[in-house]
Ligand binder design. Structure first.
Ligand code: GLV
Length: 407
């Protein structure tokens, strides 16, 4: 006789496990993680991640322009023994994808930056910690054994910036990502409407919203890390900086110029990456600074709305400086296919921001790992169907007509 298991015979924990297993089985693409994150993360933080500036035209173009690029299908090619391994700045990476610096990551899930860094370390790709993170450089260093990367915003208080670079050096960070496209913060309507702050203000609406996200509440109750820990306690006279908009308006340096790059480069003991290059003239200037790489980026469509998508400008930047400096790419990547397209158009490495945040908001460290696995699987299968076995061999010849049409 076959024993029948009725749901009433199961304990709450067993039921929970089955639901989780079922949910995991049906997470097939980044969109699934996004949907789960939308349900699990308070609206204020989900929308902070999931928005662009003003009309969000550039934000949407980052994704839409990827769809216009067609792949070249090849057949009867040996597809065995494929490899996604590559290098970024001479560092071996399991696939040419790093996690991008994203602000307030520790608000998508308690201890978010620490969990994401651990997932990246296990996977074998670089994790980049944002200056505007919730967990500090030291927090992330305390749970990782391999070096991570650190992203720097330049503020008016140069002594604080110098100390921040020294803290990254002391934590053994193996690359510094200097962001150049956010001297002032563009307006993202959602953040104003939601009165974004970290920690969130405990008004009635926020309390109701948070109460409907028990997993998130639990993860936040388990940690004491709920404010910008790279900054609070490290800047003289600042003990409340919960508003990102207020802090950037008061502290970020609108006078940042190419001349500042020299002292920053000298102060950091490792390679320097310049992030936010979207113009060939700027790419030429960047290549002259002695930096080691640039990231072709429009800040995920969060800064200059109306600017072209990152993927649209990548080919002209590669043509202008591809032989002078290593070129990385971010903006709009939602699949391994997008990674492949950026690589074919000349990027040596790529970054994912939102896919990591969706994974984290959906299921913490496991969700980040899942996001990386989804991207890797899509990249690997697409590469095979394009008739390639080594990710390092991808180039324009893997795109339909070398992606020359329409340009
Ligand atoms: C920066 O950290 C942002 O919010 O885009």
């Amino acid at each position: 006789m076959v024993a029948r298991i009725s749901p009433v015979m199961l304990t709450q924990a067993q039921r929970y496990q089955i639901i989780r297993k079922y949910a995991m089985k049906h997470i097939l693409e980044i969109k699934d993680l996004q949907e789960l994150a939308r349900r699990r993360v308070p609206k204020m933080f989900y929308e902070y991640a999931n928005s662009g500036s003003w009309t969000e035209t550039t934000y949407r173009a980052n994704e839409e322009d990827f769809k216009k690029i067609k792949l070249r299908q090849r057949v009867a090619v040996d597809m065995t023994n494929r490899s996604l391994e590559s290098t970024m700045l001479g560092q071996t990476v399991a696939m040419p994808v790093a996690v991008a610096p994203t602000g307030l990551t520790g608000m998508q899930h308690g201890d978010g930056e620490m969990l994401a860094a651990k997932a990246c370390e296990e996977f074998g790709i670089p994790f980049t910690l944002s200056t505007m993170s919730i967990c500090s450089i030291e927090d992330v260093a305390s749970v990782t054994t391999k070096p991570f990367w650190f992203q720097l915003y330049v503020m008016k208080d140069r002594e604080f910036i110098g100390n921040l670079i020294d803290r990254a050096n002391n934590a053994g960070c193996s690359a510094l990502v200097l962001t150049l496209d956010l001297q002032i913060l563009a307006q993202r309507h959602a953040d104003h409407r939601n009165d974004l702050s970290a920690p969130p203000k405990l008004g009635l609406w926020n309390l109701l919203d948070m109460a409907s996200r028990p997993r998130w509440c639990l993860s936040m109750l388990k940690t004491r890390r709920r404010e910008f820990r790279n900054i609070v306690g490290h800047v003289k006279g600042v003990d409340d900086m919960s508003s990102l908009a207020q802090w950037t308006a008061d502290q970020f340096d609108p006078k940042l110029s190419w001349d500042d790059i020299e002292w920053i480069r000298k102060r950091f003991d490792g390679p320097l990456i310049l992030k936010g290059i979207l113009d060939t003239q700027d790419a030429i200037m960047a290549a002259k600074t002695g930096a080691d790489a640039i990231i072709v980026s429009n800040h995920g469509g969060r800064q200059l709305d109306g600017a072209p998508s990152s993927i649209e400008v990548l080919p002209e930047i590669v043509e202008a400086v591809g032989d002078k400096i290593e070129i990385h790419f971010d903006g709009g990547i939602r699949s391994g296919q997008d990674v492949l397209k950026a690589l074919c158009l000349g990027a040596k490495g790529t970054y994912i921001g939102r896919p990591m945040l969706y994974g984290l908001g959906a299921m913490g460290q496991k969700g980040v790992t899942l996001a990386l696995e989804i991207i890797a699987k899509e990249l690997d299968m697409t590469m095979a169907l394009c008739g390639e076995r080594e990710v390092v061999n991808l180039d324009r010849t893997n795109l339909y007509h070398g992606h020359k049409t329409g340009r």
